[in-house]
Design a protein around this ligand. Structure first.
Ligand code: ADP
Ligand code: MG
Length: 367
């Protein structure tokens, strides 16, 4: 089921003491989710992810704009008529019901021509349970399950009516690290098997990057960029997107374009063709540094962290914005810890420059 968001906007009254304006939680969203895709909605807390999901599910009414499922305009349809399955962070299972009863619950409320016989309902419940691999646990109560198992029950309950669209709001946040990884792979598998168009909300960039066919990066109610995870990582439109994706994060410096060259402090990195002279931010991905005795970027060495396959060189530079610099290099490299200075050359495709004024990316051709 293709999903289309058209000029979708949601404003809330701002009840803060200082301002009596409005919060624009979702600001004029226009995008299309192709049939059968898993889309990650990604952004910091408060950027409007849950509001977007609630608009799609029908829990919230938009202030403006339309939502289409396929050719159906569902904007004015109540939640229960949209055919969506929703999973929240806090599983929200009925504690006094068994797993089986929890999964059966949405089916028992079907009315009229949709009404099912007891055996049809059981068949569907077991089918959903098998899909998330909890069919052995059907007689237990939620309190007798681990967090990961409870979340699987919640997913089975969302799938049991075969929704047209599956909506997941930070479904892994309550799980510990190992379960989070496992459940995320599980969700991916289930989505591939069912081919249900899925919207997966998270503030965790790694989670979004690993699970999604496409990510939608949001900030303060505004879509920043939409694309395949790797594309967005390799080709960020602005400083916000560049900073939000990647661990360790991108290193940001104050820089400038002078005489067709890119400078960080007094270090001239490389030629950038015909970019006009201006002050810029320079973002360098951690994997963009290459140790090089006569490299142009000269940093002060703080230390080295060895992480098996890679080494992370921790350093500082007077033009670095904020924290320390982290450069990731292969552990085959020898780093001389006695030295106070470390020099790098840079991989131009891992270096981004941004307008100091607009923070938008300035594309350049390194010569
Ligand atoms: P996220 O899920 O990305 O953390 P939300 O969608 O929950 O963000 O919230 C987006 C913005 O809308 C925030 O500024 C939040 O305070 C505001 N907001 C959300 N729900 C309401 C509401 N019911 N009333 C007023 N403001 C709200
Ligand atoms: Mg939220």
């Amino acid at each position: 089921m293709k999903v289309v968001l058209q000029n979708l906007t949601k404003k809330f009254p701002n009840r803060g003491k200082r301002s009596n304006g409005e919060v624009v939680a979702v600001n004029n969203f226009n995008f299309e989710i192709p049939d059968g895709m898993l889309i990650g909605l990604l952004g910091p807390s408060g950027c409007g992810k849950s509001t977007t999901l609630n608009l799609l599910s029908g829990l919230e009414k938009p202030t403006g704009g339309r939502i289409f499922f396929g050719d159906d305009d569902v904007t004015d349809l109540p939640a229960e008529k949209r055919g969506v399955g929703v999973v929240f962070q806090n599983y929200a299972l009925y504690p006094h019901l068994t797993v089986k009863e929890n999964i059966l619950f949405p089916l028992e409320n079907l009315k009229g021509t949709e009404k099912l016989s007891k055996s049809q309902m059981l068949e569907k419940a077991y089918e959903a349970a098998r899909l998330v691999q909890i069919d052995e646990l059907m007689e237990r109560r939620p309190s007798e399950l681990s967090g990961g198992q409870q979340q699987r029950v919640a997913i089975a309950r969302a799938l049991v009516k075969r929704p047209r669209v599956l909506l997941l709001d930070e479904p892994l946040s309550n799980l510990d690290a190992r379960l989070r990884l496992q459940t995320r792979e599980e969700i991916r598998r289930i989505q591939r098997e069912t081919k249900i168009t899925t919207v997966f909300v998270t503030h965790d960039q790694e989670e979004a990057m690993s699970i999604s066919d496409r990510i939608v990066v949001m900030n303060q109610g505004v879509v920043q960029q939409i694309g395949r995870p790797q594309e967005v990582y390799d080709d960020p439109f602005n400083l916000f997107v560049a900073k939000f994706l990647g661990t360790p994060p991108i290193n940001v410096f104050d820089g400038r374009i002078h005489d067709h060259k890119l400078y960080i402090g007094k270090d001239a990195l490389f030629s950038v063709g015909d970019v006009p002279e201006q002050e810029v931010y320079v973002g360098i991905r951690p994997e963009g540094f290459v140790l090089c005795g006569d490299g142009p970027l000269c940093c002060k060495m703080s230390g080295v962290e060895v992480m098996g396959r890679d080494i992370s060189v921790v350093a500082t530079h007077e033009a670095s914005v904020g924290q320390t610099i982290r450069a990731i290099i292969s552990s085959e490299n020898r780093v001389d810890l006695e030295k106070t200075e470390v020099r790098f050359k840079l991989k131009p495709n891992k270096v981004f420059i941004f307008s100091r004024k607009t923070e938008e990316r300035i594309v350049f051709r390194a010569d």
